[in-house]
Design a protein around this ligand. Structure first.
Ligand code: ATP
Length: 436
């Protein structure tokens, strides 16, 4: 399938099946903002849960945090965001559209109207959303919506370290909304002004920074593969020295082969002791760590894998999407990892016959404490299979007239479309055994 086509099909599928709607849709939408519908919210939760599970639940060396979005304005002064969290902005003198200077095509032509050499000189534009706390809109009340979740972690370093009694190397993980007044949002949920981040700051002795940087690059790449993205669709791109942020000694992007080309999915950076040092200086608090075993005090260096939940979700959707011919008919299927799929199973009575509906309700009720389950009795069974293929439901469970006698159901596999006859009693372990 042609790549731009694929993107259009994903956007259509997302709206048609209730994954993602344009925000404020009845008012014509609102500037590249998006709302997650009933199916999308399930997928997004599963993406975040998969990240949390591998980063926090399965490890002994990472703990969680949920910091506030609004923080003391001094945080953004100390972190350097007030002075340097900017993108270079240019205007086209011909059509008045605005662009990021570092995203312009090499031809020098305006991407909107095609005019040549029509751009104004670049100005630095701060991406933070400014707002006011309290009823008085004066300078003292100014604060910002956080543009990254990381700073909430740095300012809590001492709180978390002393209460959790973790010693470096250890990490703090956080999932939450971030806001950036992007000059050119676009490509669906790839770049938006409000988005969710999944960030982890890993605090290590200074001399171990590079080793842990390599470790987290490998680990993050592995995570995407574990959840179903082919290795050929992923690559690690180390930043050139001139690309590095002022605070970083090494950065690499995990890139995904998006329909418009390779694009950043996740950034892994060695942020050194830049943030802890800056916050220690600005707050006057000691943020160093005393290593009792070696009797020394140091400011830990920090390795940060930072991923967008929305970008990850888009990559999983793109990687899972397939259209194929089956028995002369076209079927669209999302081959999502069953742990990410919005529904684990759908319970489908063969028809709306009064003897089948209560059995279907009972089966669904038995499964619900264990799995996220949908029920659907409208339309032909073939059409209902197709609907669930389109949202990536790995197993469809059909209740037919034989079920009334043999207390068994047919389980259809999304990917192979093969069917098994399974006793209702054995359904929970059957599904559990098949989940990765
Ligand atoms: P880009 O170069 O694409 O603007 P970045 O390098 O500024 O991204 P980071 O600051 O490293 O991004 O943020 C970490 C992650 O957060 C990104 O890899 C991406 O997954 C996500 N992210 C950043 N900005 C956005 C955005 N505007 N919309 C959606 N996700 C975003």
């Amino acid at each position: 399938m042609a790549k731009p086509d694929l993107m259009e099909r994903i956007v259509n599928l997302c709206k048609r099946r209730g994954f993602i709607f344009p925000s404020s849709d009845i008012y014509g939408g609102f500037r590249s903002t998006w709302d997650y519908g009933p199916v999308g919210v399930l997928l997004k939760r599963n993406v975040k849960d998969a990240w949390w599970r591998s980063m926090v639940q399965l490890r002994d060396d990472i703990v969680g945090l949920d910091a506030a979005i609004l923080m003391a304005p001094k945080v953004w002064e100390a972190s350097g965001h007030l002075a340097t969290f900017t993108d270079p902005l240019v205007d086209c003198r011909n059509c008045q559209q605005r662009f990021r200077a570092d995203h312009l095509p090499e031809s020098g032509a305006c991407p909107h109207c095609g005019a040549k050499d029509s751009f104004t000189p670049a100005r630095e534009f701060n991406l933070m959303f400014k707002t006011y706390v309290g009823p008085v809109e004066d300078d003292a009340a100014v604060t910002y919506l956080r543009p990254e979740t990381a700073q909430g972690i740095f300012v809590n370093f001492a709180n978390v370290q002393t209460t959790s009694r973790k010693k470096p190397p250890f990490g703090i993980a956080q999932i939450g909304k971030s806001f950036r007044n992007e000059i050119t949002p676009g490509n669906f949920v790839y770049r938006t002004r409000e988005f969710e981040q999944m960030e982890m700051e890993f605090f290590v002795p200074p001399e171990d920074g590079e080793r842990w940087f390599e470790y987290w690059c490998d680990e993050r790449l592995r995570w995407f593969v574990e959840y179903g993205i082919a290795e050929t669709k992923l690559r690690l791109r180390p930043h050139e020295p001139e690309e590095l942020s002022h605070y970083s000694t090494s950065t690499a992007d995990v890139e995904f082969d998006f329909p418009w080309g390779w694009g950043e999915l996740e950034g892994v950076a060695n942020r050194t002791d830049f943030d802890l040092r800056a916050h220690a200086e600005h707050s006057g608090q000691d943020l160093s760590y005393y290593d009792q075993e070696h009797d020394r005090r140091y400011l830990p260096h920090v390795i940060e894998p930072a991923l967008g939940a929305d970008r990850a979700l888009l990559a999983f959707l793109l990687a899972a999407y397939e259209e194929e011919e089956v028995g002369g008919e076209r079927r669209t299927v999302l081959h999502l990892d069953p742990r990410l799929a919005p529904y684990t199973a759908a319970v489908l009575p063969l028809s709306r016959h009064e003897s089948l509906l209560p059995v279907a309700d009972d089966v669904a009720a038995t499964l619900r404490p264990h799995f996220v389950v949908d029920t659907d009795s409208a339309g032909s069974i073939g059409r209902r299979y197709r609907r669930h293929d389109e949202v990536g439901t790995p197993w469809c469970i059909t209740i037919d007239f034989d079920t009334l006698d043999d207390k068994a159901v047919t389980v259809r596999d999304r990917d192979t479309m093969t069917q098994d006859r399974v006793a209702i009693e054995a359904l929970i372990p059957y599904l559990q055994d098949r989940l990765p």
